[in-house]
Design a binder for this molecule. Structure first.
Ligand code: ATP
Ligand code: MG
Length: 232
């Protein structure tokens, strides 16, 4: 699904002495099925930007269109938007809250009202993509897993929703090189197989340069540069 961001400005704690402009008049277009690498220094506004794309944050000014629907308009159905736009947070371990890995990954599909058979299929597939053995882990508590495993399970939870736009905020942080390559390879494979739009946020050029069709560079709340990995 195409995404259009028009003159997006966002201030944290507007109207208080702590007001902080995190996004400063950002305009961007992302094509259907594109793989975007969103990079920039710490504090440049990457996480703030992507949290607007599924309605978690409301802009101070500006608009966002997803598939030509203005998601920043009043009265928009955010539940529907969140089915289409899957967001894996920067610290996804906070996204885990159920007593077993199975229940955690099944949470989204269950909310979609799917039957148990379909839910199980989706959970299996999603865990496979992130490299977590279904039989071995399905009944384990997510809280007993390592940081890297929690991260994978949280990613699986979003994948199980089968979103049309997949946004991952630093998905490889805290993983070893093998885990990193495995996750990135599988995300690329999903992107190619299902033609989903992917936005991969990263500090590091290395993670995204070989995967992304286009890089967008943020600096102090502005998107200062974009182009193919070679151009940037
Ligand atoms: P990182 O690479 O460290 O994750 P980032 O590019 O994701 O950084 P953001 O988290 O979007 O950056 O932060 C953008 C700016 O907004 C920063 O100056 C940050 O200090 C500020 N900020 C972020 N979250 C909040 C908050 N909850 N309250 C106030 N200011 C915030
Ligand atoms: Mg961030």
């Amino acid at each position: 699904m195409p995404i259009k961001i028009k003159n997006l400005t966002f201030k944290y704690m507007t109207g208080t002495p702590f007001e902080k402009t995190a996004l400063d008049n950002v305009s961007l277009e992302i094509n259907d099925g594109e793989f975007i690498g969103l990079i920039g220094h710490t504090g440049s506004g990457k996480s703030t930007l992507i949290q607007h794309l599924n309605g978690l944050l409301k802009p101070t000014s500006g608009e966002i269109y997803i598939d030509d629907v203005c998601i920043t308009a009043k009265g928009v159905d955010l539940k529907k938007i969140r089915q289409l736009v899957g967001l894996v947070f920067q610290y996804p371990e906070h996204q885990l809250f159920e007593e077993t890995v199975y229940k955690d990954v099944a949470y989204g599909p269950r909310n979609l009202g799917l039957d148990e058979k379909e839910i199980e299929e989706r959970v299996k597939k999603a865990l496979e993509v992130v490299g977590i053995n279904y039989e071995k882990y399905k009944d384990k508590s997510p809280f007993d897993l390592s940081g890297g495993q929690k991260r994978r399970v949280a990613i699986a939870g979003v994948l199980a929703m089968q979103p049309k736009v997949l946004i991952l905020d630093e998905p490889t942080a805290g993983l070893d090189p093998k885990g990193r390559d495995e996750i990135l390879y599988n995300i690329k494979r999903l992107h190619e197989e299902y033609k989903i739009t992917v936005i991969l946020v990263s500090h590091s050029m290395d993670d995204v340069a070989e995967l992304a069709d286009r890089l967008i560079v943020m600096y102090k709340g502005k998107n200062i540069l974009q182009g193919t990995p070679k151009e940037v």
